[in-house]
Design a binder for this molecule. Sequence first.
Ligand SMILES: Cc1cc2nc3c(=O)[nH]c(=O)nc-3n(C[C@H](O)[C@H](O)[C@H](O)COP(=O)(O)OP(=O)(O)OC[C@H]3O[C@@H](n4cnc5c(N)ncnc54)[C@H](O)[C@@H]3O)c2cc1C
Ligand code: SF4
Length: 510
Amino acid sequence: MPPAPSSPASRGPSVWILGDQLLVQHPALSLDRPVILVESLQRLRLRRYHARKLVLILAAMRHYADALRERGYTVELRQAASFYAGVREHLAETGNTHLMTMAAAEYDTRQMQHRLADMLTADLGYPITVEVLPNTQFLVAMFPPKRPPKLMEPFYRHMRQQTGLLMTSAGEPEGGKWNYDADNRKPFAGRLVPPLPSFAPDALTRTAMQDVGQHCPNAIGDPLDFDLPVTHAQAQAALDDFITQRLPNFGQFEDAMSHAEPILYHSVLAMLVNIGLLEPLHMATAATHAYDAGTAPLNSVEGFVRQVIGWREYIYYRYWELMPELREVNAWEHTRALPEFFWTGATRMRCMQHTVQRTLATGYTHHIERLMLLCNFAMLAELEPQQVNDWFMACFVDAYEWVMLPNVLGMGLNADGGKTATKPYLASANYINKMSDYCKGCGYNHKARIGDAACPFNTLYWHFLLKHETRLRANPRFGPAVLGVSRIAADERAAIVAQAHTLLANLDQL
Ligand SMILES: Cc1cc2nc3c(=O)[nH]c(=O)nc-3n(C[C@H](O)[C@H](O)[C@H](O)COP(=O)(O)OP(=O)(O)OC[C@H]3O[C@@H](n4cnc5c(N)ncnc54)[C@H](O)[C@@H]3O)c2cc1C
Ligand code: SF4
């Protein structure tokens, strides 16, 4: 250990940048402050993750360190047992007694940042000061709502007004409407979808691929199968590609699902904006420029802007409103274990088979597959919310706790009692058949709700409605769907319940 500096706070500051904060304009950056980036082995192994996510973070951090050095910064990229160990070793070696960092997006790390000064002071034996700067990765910090919003829609309108995106000079929403969702529910028409751009790994990225293979042998997927963007320039190229190639059709096919096309017209940018390789205002503005230039229609551009400055910001806001209790919520008291096919894709349900297999291989499926297939099934099968969340955290490249908990436990499973979304998102095969081409090639019959060939989504959907009829009827947004229950004859009700109980006891046989 170096000798204690002669006076407290006499050295530094150093700047600690987290692996999901790789911003070009990080608020603590200054040429006279050394930067420390920590590759924490503990964090890499905290839970099972998708290999592509681990490679993305390591490769992006290493490229970020090089890019900062090229801009004149002094940067240390340190492999350490934990974040704490890495920061402590850095301070001990440099003798710096002041650390600056930006508030983490996730709860535990932010809590740790606020305890860090006390921990380091006790550990190093001389005073250390830690300055936690406000997080600049979310627009809501810049434009906080006047009152805590209960719904996404008023929150989104507030964000539109504050950013001025898609607003006329008279303060009206562009095109006269705030929302073009009604135009955005077309099934996929089997068109040619432009392929995603592929970014060949360079030597630095190849090392990250090997490191993940070596340090995280339990990771999901293959670390050597990697072609994602890892630099700001590549992320910008991915954004440009989306804006020119897929944004024009993003809106109309936003909710469509297809066994033939894994991506359709979605952006696949969440994994980049979530680690700072892109920024939300820049993404949304790029889309509005396409509208201004006449290269993308309003329903697509508004749909994308809604996702980025509406849903994404609202989810982050909700996370911080509901933490830490959000982790434990289970409003429907579901306790069933995740069936094995979530880890293999080995199920006869064609929609689930394709979606799970694709997720395991690539770490990505789009929003409606996450919500209306995976979570819908989990809800109907009464799976324990925390196990479902763990599965999502493990399988997706864009997974971080701040975004997963409100989306999975809140929106997907309604386990927070409706604090994130106003209604449970439940659907039978009727919806899946309308929005996808899965049912046509499936061994189950999407029209039947009882009988050997009946689609499990149907049996379990009607069972759920029967079981929770009173509670669901009380929800103004879901209530009308429950009316169908009263048209089911008593003997069919009994048959649905009996068959559902058999399915629920044998989920691995589906
Ligand atoms: C059950 C469930 C789990 C999810 N888990 C995650 C997750 O771990 N990480 C994650 O980033 N998103 C998550 N989402 C939100 C959304 O599904 C993904 O952001 C989106 O599918 C990512 O693909 P994309 O980049 O092609 O998005 P696009 O469809 O192209 O949307 C554009 C952007 O909007 C943002 N966005 C859209 N919807 C949401 C939302 N509900 N919450 C936050 N951001 C949103 C994303 O940044 C996304 O890149 C989840 C949604 C559900 C229902
Ligand atoms: S019939 Fe049912 S299980 Fe088969 S693809 Fe359709 S919704 Fe999925």
